[in-house]
Design a binder for this molecule. Structure first.
Ligand code: KIV
Length: 258
């Protein structure tokens, strides 16, 4: 299988071939995603709520992102490996932003970084592009702004917010992103943005008119312990299977069957 690069994703958009993207936070899952042919592996800051027991993504640190990205890197072969920049790692100064993105690329082995925001992060994206660090944008529901938004709700429902998101997408494109995640927005808005920008869009809860889809692996595998977003189709029920296996192990050992 050929190595997926940012240029390969652009070609896929041009050809109309849908892009597959999923999260992973460790080597075995990254390896399985690669074996399934997934194009993009995202070490998301969702590691905070999915694996580290935090309530949301806000507490995730750079050290935690570096640790999990290093692990994913060891399992990666052909997919494009993208790492999230956690909250406050790209907000304080451009120098600190460069150092933090550099850690994910140089120390942890990511091939690109993702950060959330529209026009307000355009300068940040340019600064990273100047260091030859590919950046993926993220619009719509931005979990790092959860306290401001007040909940995991659909974004882009009013005319004003729709227009702002379209403008933000164009600004991100101009700043040099190689792709844009569109999270929890109406399908028709995702379609308009997808048509208006030349870079690929990856939807999550944004319908099927984007250039591809990105989901949290644990959601589609049935591993998530809390509520699963309605848009995440379940492809397996691993939580139930694991519970059954653990209970059987418990019974066997108690009965000296080992
Ligand atoms: O952190 C994350 O998992 C994300 C999603 C887009 C999948 O940002």
């Amino acid at each position: 299988m050929p190595k997926i690069t940012t240029a390969a994703l652009l070609d896929m958009k041009k050809r109309g071939e849908k892009i597959t993207a999923l999260t992973a936070y460790d080597a075995p899952m990254t390896r399985m995603l690669n074996e399934a042919g997934i194009d993009v592996v995202l070490v998301g800051d969702s590691v905070g709520n999915v694996k580290l027991g935090y309530e949301n993504t806000i507490p995730v640190t750079m050290d935690e992102m570096v640790h999990h990205t290093k692990a994913a890197k060891r399992g990666n072969s052909n997919a494009l490996l993208v790492a999230d920049m956690p909250y406050l790692s790209y907000h304080l100064s451009l120098d600190e932003t460069r150092r933090n993105a550099g850690r994910l690329i140089k120390d942890a082995g990511a091939e690109a970084v993702k950060l959330e925001g529209g026009i307000e992060v355009a300068g940040t994206i340019k600064a990273l592009a100047d260091l030859n660090i590919p950046v993926m944008g993220h619009l719509g529901l931005m979990p790092q702004s959860i306290h401001k938004i007040g909940g995991y709700k659909i974004q882009g429902k009013t005319e004003v917010s729709r227009e702002k998101m379209i403008t933000d997408a164009k600004v991100l494109e101009g700043a040099g992103v190689f792709a844009i995640v569109l999270e929890c927005i109406p399908e028709d808005l995702a379609e308009i943005i997808t048509q208006k920008v030349s870079v690929p869009t990856l939807g999550i809860g944004a319908g099927s008119k984007t250039d591809g889809q990105i989901l949290v692996s644990d959601d589609l595998l049935g591993l998530t312990l809390g509520p699963v977003p309605k848009f995440a189709k379940q492809y397996a029920d691993l939580k139930t299977q694991i519970s059954k296996a653990l209970q059987q192990y418990h019974r066997d050992v108690k009965k000296e069957k080992f």
